[in-house]
Design a protein around this ligand. Structure first.
Ligand code: CA
Length: 230
């Protein structure tokens, strides 16, 4: 596998220096931008494997930029970790709703940063086996990374794709949020359980137009179940 490239979008030079140093120590390629216009240019030239995106930037905010990237099919698959100085739970959730795959609150340790990056890169690398799974007019192909629902192509982010793959290969069983974090995100103590709900919500929204969202059921007090049995 080639060395992953990480794009840092951060206007504070001290934070940028720390990030660059940490990433380079772990043999990752680093690109840097201090605002979103320069970031856009870099992404067009050489799409990164991951973006570390600061929340507060001069010009367009990190949240707005994340939304823009996730709405563009050319860039929607690039995972984003939001860097936020705020500790507010609502802001974190807003960041995830904007399309970010994870968030990290400043100040953070280099160890925490590493763990997050590893977890994201692990779950965005392609699944090992080429397989095609079909359930009730919903088909998922790991080779082409495509999901078709009633013949219509679904646009899913990398996490939603893995989540759906997990559910389709583990039907008729209830999984708790913790179990889903372990199975889909990989064991990572830094990711909060509410992250699971955010991605489930996104997956349901994608499945809604063809009424496949009913396959993904909430089991109160227990977690989630994928069931074709109504
Ligand atoms: Ca900033």
């Amino acid at each position: 596998m080639s060395t992953p490239t990480i794009l840092i979008v951060e206007d504070e030079s001290a934070v940028r220096d720390m990030l660059r140093f940490t990433l380079q120590q772990h043999d990752l390629n680093v690109q840097e931008a201090i605002e979103t216009i320069a970031a856009e240019r870099l992404i067009a030239q050489n799409p990164p494997d991951l973006i570390l995106l600061d929340w507060m930037l001069p010009g367009k905010s990190g949240v707005e930029f994340a939304r823009q990237l996730k709405h563009n099919p050319e860039t929607s698959d690039i995972p984003i970790i939001m860097l936020t100085a705020r500790g507010e739970e609502n802001d974190k959730i807003l960041g995830l709703e904007s399309g970010a795959d994870d968030y990290i609150t400043k100040p953070f340790s280099t160890r925490e940063l590493q763990a997050r990056i590893r977890a994201i890169l692990r779950r965005t690398t392609p699944l090992r086996n080429d397989e095609k799974i079909e359930i009730r007019d919903l088909s998922l192909d790991t080779a082409s990374h495509r999901v078709l629902a009633s013949g219509k192509r679904l646009e899913l982010g990398p996490t939603e794709f893995r989540l759906l793959h997990f559910f389709m290969t583990h039907q008729e069983r209830v999984y708790s949020r913790t179990q889903l974090l372990d199975q889909v995100w990989g064991t990572n103590t830094f990711i909060e359980e509410r992250t699971v709900d955010v991605h489930i919500r996104r997956l349901r929204r994608a499945l809604e137009p063809t009424h496949h969202d009913s396959l993904l059921q909430t089991v109160r007090g227990a977690g989630y179940r994928f069931s074709a049995e109504g």
